[in-house]
Design a binder for this molecule. Structure first.
Ligand code: AMX
Length: 442
């Protein structure tokens, strides 16, 4: 933790210097223009936020501090030689410090997560035990993370009256604890909701000090298979961060800017992620594929069948989940990485076969509608198929897994934002009369 803290501090200091020089040299340079269409159209591509951890390029996909998805997969450290994919928590180190960690650094970080994860008091599990199991797993997660805010060190220190310059240190402490706690809590929600309604008081939530964060999650939900450990590493690594403007990261940033503690910021992130146009799309996507399978019955799978199914689906006014994006204009490289995983490990899986045919047909159909700016698959298109293949057959749970991963990105953003002392976010809204008068004057 000491080294991570020092390196995070260094990164904050260097970024601060750079920002200071930019503001001093170019105080009034316009960066983005906001038109009437932008204001009523959800501010697509209007630049209003600064997020250094990652940047989404329409034609390249997500760049994690400049590195593409393939570079991350290639360059980040692996737990041992038997692993195909890097340790997911190396992304946390990298986003906070701008440096790819050594495997020794990461093993220490994983141990820290282990120690904090195993310290969850039994009253937290009792809180979860009181939530009816028919409650959507995302609501269970959101309620529990909000409840955890009583552990916030930042909250405690803030009310003791610490200096503004020290906020980030306690936000970092909370961030590490939250990331350590979330996979245990999420695993417990999984077990009690889908596997055994009768478990109580955190039964079976025993972490292993010799495992990384992803493999420990696999263990808690009942898996020790190497392939599923690697799939989870890839899943958690690639869902971790997607710049600052998406709904979940933005919600977390906005809440954090009020100095609400990291647990509440993260609860806000998870609430935004729960929408079907955002993180819940992975749940909807798998349901879409299962419905294709159900309607197909014993008939042979053909392009004609998929085409008709997709067109009928669109004609009911619904969006096809897993396709389209507000910023991207290519197939999402995270989709490509998940697809590679599936085609390497289980190309004959029936859902993979449906997906492959959909991938050939659906973008063409969507392209016929000129208002759809990106007809290509996004991250949610393939992720559910990976989980389903390994027996995680509950689509309602998939957004929880997205949220586990996203904790890495939004918590890194929060630490850096407080280190950089970004102020309370407060954009200006106007009424229609005002908009009307501005338009008429121009
Ligand atoms: N199926 C049908 N219609 C679609 C579509 C899809 N997959 N993607 C976009 N459209 C429609 C929009 O609904 C919109 O219609 P409207 O003008 O009648 O409201 C029109 O095309 C223009 O949309 P756009 O400018 O191309 O995209 P957007 O920025 O408004 O929306 C997104 C982006 C992701 C919400 C949209 O593509 C969508 O609804 N996709 C399906 C849901 C999904 O997969 N979401 C996950 C996104 C990734 C993530 O956040 N996890």
């Amino acid at each position: 933790m000491k080294l991570l803290k020092e390196k995070t501090y260094d990164c904050i200091q260097k970024t601060k210097e750079k920002l200071k020089s930019l503001v001093n040299t170019y105080p009034n340079t316009p960066v983005s223009v906001c038109t009437t269409t932008d204001i009523i159209g959800g501010l697509r591509n209007v630049i209003t936020l600064l997020t250094d951890t990652s940047y989404l390029e329409a034609g390249k996909g997500i760049l994690f501090r400049g590195k593409t998805v393939s570079q991350v997969i290639k360059e980040f450290p692996k737990w041992d030689d038997s692993c195909e994919y890097p340790v997911a928590e190396s992304m946390l180190w990298y986003l906070l410090t701008k440096e790819v960690p050594s495997i020794d650094d990461i093993k220490l970080l994983s141990k820290e997560l282990y120690y904090r994860g195993k310290e969850i008091p039994s009253f937290v599990f009792e809180f979860i035990d009181n939530i009816p199991t028919y409650t959507h797993p995302m609501s269970q997660l959101i309620s529990t993370v909000s409840y955890l805010e009583s552990f916030s060190l930042f909250k405690l220190k803030y009310f003791e009256g610490i200096s503004k310059a020290d906020y980030w240190k306690y936000i970092l402490e909370d961030a590490i604890s939250l990331i350590a706690h979330i996979n245990v809590i999420a695993a417990y929600i999984y077990k009690r909701t889908f596997i055994n309604n009768n478990i109580k008081k955190g039964e079976g939530m025993n972490l292993d000090i010799n495992l990384d964060w992803s493999s420990n999650f696999a263990k808690l939900i009942g898996y020790d298979d190497k392939c599923i450990q690697d799939m989870l590493r890839l899943y958690f690594l690639l869902h971790s961060d997607h710049e600052g403007g998406n709904a979940s990261a933005h919600a977390s940033h906005l809440i954090g800017s009020t100095l609400a503690n990291p647990y509440l910021s993260f609860a806000g992130c998870a609430i935004a992620l729960s929408g079907p146009l955002h993180g819940l799309a992975n749940q909807e996507c798998l349901k879409f594929l299962l419905n294709v399978k159900k309607h197909l019955g014993d008939s042979p799978l053909t392009y004609e069948f998929i085409e008709k199914y997709a067109k009928d689906f669109l004609s009911t006014g619904k969006v096809i989940p897993g396709y389209g994006h507000a910023v991207l204009r290519i197939p999402d490289p995270r989709f490509v990485a998940f697809r590679d995983f599936a085609l390497n490990h289980f190309p004959n899986d029936p859902i993979v076969k449906i997906l492959e045919m959909c991938y050939k047909v659906i973008p063409q159909i969507l392209s016929n509608n000129k208002k759809i700016k990106n007809p290509y698959p996004n991250v949610d298109c393939y992720s559910g198929a990976l989980l389903y293949h390994y027996g995680l057959k509950y689509p309602e749970y998939y957004t929880v897994m997205f949220a586990i991963s996203r904790s890495i990105g939004v918590m890194s953003q929060l630490v850096l934002n407080r280190g950089l002392m970004f102020p309370l976010e407060r954009p200006k809204s106007i009424d229609i009369n005002y908009l009307n008068s501005v338009c008429e004057q121009n």
